[in-house]
Design a protein around this ligand. Sequence first.
Ligand code: TMP
Length: 212
Amino acid sequence: MTTGHFISFEGGEGAGKSTQIRRLAERLRQLGHSVVVTREPGGSAGAESIRDLLVNGPVERWSPLTETLLMYAARRDHIERVIAPALAQRSVVLCDRFHDSTRAYQGAGGGVSEDLISALEQACLDTIRPSLTLILDLTVAEGLARAAGRGAVEARFEAKGEAFHARLRSGFLAIAKAEPERCCVIDAAQSMDAVEAAIWQRVQAHLATRRP
Ligand code: TMP
């Protein structure tokens, strides 16, 4: 079946994903693409309700395994109601976080087994996988400082401590190394314009070589 393009954005806290997604969506729309911007956890009404449970409240509210199950409940609803229909309409879907966040945060960061996460991917994702993933990479200290500058909203994961965030950063870099065709690591310490240019170069190449 012919589908649109599914592009995910990943990275630790404070990497500047939302700004870059906005800028990329604007460029793509100017070129005439139909673009759907969405996010995880969330993106559909049901998944946004689950997001509220996950990102607010005390750190110890959920174990990493419970977080994984909630993330996948939210993800499945998001796929069924938003992502799959948008791809079927041949839109470009720009998703702020997707399955790699579970691998990095709950897997590398929280110690949930890779086998369990892979089993959930098999069961819940079907063929819905990003064909391009842009990983915005930043040191943990800088990322957490930037995130703290936004105030204490939805800060449950930020509060998990530096060692947790160092593990998840390594987790993202390991994913990029294991899947170089799909993943592109971008230095998020550069200026916003430089990050935007790096992203645009990679996305243009991707759209040119891969017909939807
Ligand atoms: P955001 O701040 O980028 O919107 O993401 C919300 C938080 O959810 C962020 O701290 C990362 C976390 N998260 C996970 O731990 N696992 C996941 O699978 C996803 C999608 C997000």
